[in-house]
Design a protein. Structure first.
Length: 310
């Protein structure tokens, strides 16, 4: 008769460990719950980042209007404190008043139409120096009778190229409008410090001011978009996962209604709240080609913007 095999003794600690690992594997294998539809931000359920915000794309949106920019340097209510003499030289950069109406503060705004303003400088070239994040950027401004039709670059004041200004009367010089979106590393430096210094000098005449930076929620193509296909996404909460979507017009009769086709990528917002995203080649071709015969063009947009990135 065959001898019975003795039962193996299992230490209690190993037995408990086996139960624990079995339960852990069962938990990790569970199917995650689908994210709710809509545009609201929801807390992520992923174990790796429990405090991150998932911001969702709208399924469709109506194209919004452009934000209100500055009308002119003369209309800028922050062009000088009342206590300062009117004949004192001044230099400042403005994107106008807060378009939301929440504040009367005047500052430069990332992605917003902006102006360079100078007051009380003699005729002739003027040197402009920008200091941001420990770096210095220098350019010159050239007074002209009339601004040329050459499009301004979004990284003006930071690219070293001369900038035209025209006479606004009463000793006021004003540049043309440009979308204030410096290239790296200035963009990150400005976002981290939320301010920069602008100084102007012509011979012995000199002026300087500190310009606060406004960081509204938005996105825009960066300088060199046709080559680098880069967009900047800014103003969302730090740590948020912000999706970028490709939209198409709903139909010919309702060209202002944009319908989501697919998500093309996303960025995770860093602490300084500015992220750079490179648009995939196929998406770039779609949004940069000539519009269809009905005039409707594909649209690249980010959650909550209700406007196309241009």
């Amino acid at each position: 008769m065959a001898a019975r095999r003795p039962t193996r003794w299992r230490p209690p600690v190993l037995w408990m460990l086996g139960l624990f690992l079995g339960a852990g594997c069962t938990t990790l294998a569970e199917t995650p719950t689908a994210a709710p539809a809509g545009r609201a931000a929801t807390r992520s359920a992923t174990p790796s980042s429990p405090d991150a915000l998932d911001i969702l794309l709208a399924q469709q949106f109506e194209l919004g209007g452009e934000g209100a920019g500055p009308v002119s340097c003369r209309d800028d209510p922050g062009r000088g404190a009342p206590s300062r003499p009117a004949n004192r030289p001044r230099v400042w950069v403005t994107s106008g008043q807060d378009a939301t109406g929440a504040s009367d503060a005047v500052a430069a705004g990332i992605g917003e139409e902006s102006l360079l303003c100078l007051q009380g400088f003699p005729p002739g070239p003027i040197t402009i120096t920008i200091k941001a994040g420990g770096r210095t950027y220098t350019t010159t401004v050239k007074p002209v009778a009339e601004l040329s039709a050459t499009p301004s670059a979004s990284d003006d004041l930071f690219n070293g190229r001369p900038m035209e200004v025209e006479d606004g009367g009463g000793g006021l010089l004003q540049s043309g409008f440009w979308n204030f979106l410096p290239s790296e590393p200035a963009l990150t430096d400005l976002a981290r410090s939320r301010r920069f210094t602008v100084a102007a000098r012509s011979g012995t005449v000199r002026a300087e001011s500190e310009v606060p930076l406004r960081l509204p929620r938005g996105a825009a193509t960066m300088q060199g978009w046709e080559r680098n296909h880069r967009i900047a996404v800014y103003g969302y909460p730090a740590g948020a996962r912000v999706p970028i979507g490709l939209y198409h017009p709903k139909d010919r009769e309702a060209g202002e209604t944009m319908v989501l086709q697919r998500q093309v990528g996303r960025v995770v917002m860093p602490r300084h709240q500015v992220a750079v995203f490179t648009v995939p080649p196929d998406v770039f071709r779609t949004v940069s080609t000539d519009p269809a015969a009905d005039g409707n063009r594909a649209c690249l947009s980010v959650a909550d913007l209700a406007t196309c990135i241009t």
